[in-house]
Write a protein that binds this ligand. Structure first.
Ligand SMILES: NC(=O)c1ccc[n+]([C@@H]2O[C@H](COP(=O)([O-])OP(=O)(O)OC[C@H]3O[C@@H](n4cnc5c(N)ncnc54)[C@H](OP(=O)(O)O)[C@@H]3O)[C@@H](O)[C@H]2O)c1
Length: 365
């Protein structure tokens, strides 16, 4: 039996890199409450030598822990290593860690299957593809008999690429319709609003309170956002044909949360009671899920519903006049959109209960 099998009840140690940042801080918040995990090395870059409490004052029980430099030596000797580093920084660190260490990368380096797509958007060498950390993701068209969920690919995995926060919200919103063969692949329009923590903790003028408070603005307009190929990858796999998306992110005056509005043209095959056919596809995709919830008819997602929880909430409507489905989803970008997805994937990989250390309860108001 593998040394990390849950039934053996060993203490599982985890190191967290990027611990001074938003994603690393959220990983630590969740691990501190995880019943099976002992937090080991806490690493970062320019803040090495500081106490964690100076940079993450909300993580009180860990306040006295010293942040050390992110090196393979400091990350070695743990069962699990979380990488929450700027993209491009994780491949080298991961390559120096043993194959039987579970390495979970919150960055983009190992998400894309297509090296050309990686080069087009990141202008560097592709570091390879790891199993994608979105357990609820539908993998293929139901009618082709290939449907299944990503969860199965995470069991026993020792390298996991956590999805981007926008792709998490978009893929959960749209894959049920594509896997069911109900949506046209060439007319998908997505607009997402994100809180400012999605851009990380480093200082940028457009993220100043005076720029963001009381104002919303788009960025990465015109197909340039780096999460676009990741969305197309997941949607195309689910559809069994190439899917093209037009994606526009916007910055919203809140610290956490993503609200996605995605629309696609409905295929003629969904004739009859189209609204009911659409709803049935989403229901069957998520009925058994503990963290993805199709809201009751008429109730629409809001970011506050999911703040601090690992939930994604979804609602859809059929716009008969336009012949389109409108799907809305809300996640907390730092929880389900990063650290929660990472911990959920870790649990599956190690054979722990999938929801261990994760919260279904949001914080409101
Ligand atoms: N924020 C989100 O909502 C979100 C969602 C999904 C995925 N992610 C991904 O998670 C990763 C971290 O994002 P973040 O938002 O947490 O960013 P962040 O707040 O800016 O934190 C970046 C972290 O990386 C460290 N770092 C910076 N340069 C480094 C280097 N050259 N080598 C090693 N460590 C370095 C920083 O350490 P020092 O502060 O000590 O310099 C800090 O701990 C990114 O790849 C991001 O795309 C973020």
């Amino acid at each position: 039996m593998h040394k990390l099998a849950y039934s053996e009840r060993v203490t599982i140690t985890a190191a967290v890199s990027g611990a001074s940042g938003y994603a690393g801080g959220e990983v630590l918040r969740l691990l501190a409450n995880h019943p099976e995990i002992e937090i080991g090395a806490i690493t970062a870059h320019s803040s090495a030598g500081s106490r964690l409490g100076e940079l993450q004052p909300h993580l009180l029980p860990l306040a006295d822990r010293e942040i050390v430099e992110t090196t393979p030596e400091n990350l070695a000797g743990h069962d699990v290593v979380f990488l929450a580093l700027p993209h491009g920084a994780s491949a080298e660190v991961a390559a120096a860690l043993p194959e039987d260490t579970l390495v979970i990368d919150a960055g983009a380096d190992h998400r894309l299957e297509d090296p050309e797509a990686w080069f087009r958007f990141y202008r560097s060498e592709h570091a390879g593809t790891w199993p994608y950390g979105l357990p609820e993701l539908l993998l293929g068209p139901a009618e082709a008999g290939t449907a299944g969920k990503q969860r199965e690919k995470l069991r026993g995995a020792r390298r996991i690429a956590v999805p981007g926060c926008y792709p998490t919200s978009v893929l959960l919103a749209l894959t049920p319709g594509f896997a069911a063969g109900l949506l046209e692949p060439d007319d998908v329009v997505i607009v997402s609003a994100s809180g400012t923590s999605g851009a990380g903790k480093s200082v940028k003028p457009n993220l100043l309170g005076s720029e963001v408070m009381g104002s919303m603005s788009p960025y990465g307009v015109g197909g340039g956002h780096r999460h676009t190929p990741e969305m197309e990858q997941g949607l195309s796999n689910a559809a069994g044909e190439p899917v093209t998306v037009s994606f526009t992110p916007t910055l919203a005056p809140m610290s956490r949360g993503i609200l996605t509005t995605a629309t696609a043209r409905v295929k003629p095959r969904a004739a009859g009671d189209v609204a009911a056919t659409l709803r049935a596809a989403w229901e069957s995709a998520y009925d058994d899920e503990q963290f993805v919830h199709l809201l009751r008819p008429g109730q629409w997602p809001a970011t506050q519903m999911v703040a601090g929880s690992n939930n994604a909430v979804i609602q859809l409507a059929y716009d008969e006049h336009a012949g389109r489905v409108i799907v809305s989803s809300a996640i907390d970008n730092l929880t389900k959109g990063t650290a929660g997805g990472a911990v959920q994937s870790m649990n599956i990989a190690l054979g722990l209960p999938e929801g261990a250390g994760l919260n279904q309860l949001g914080v409101a108001p």
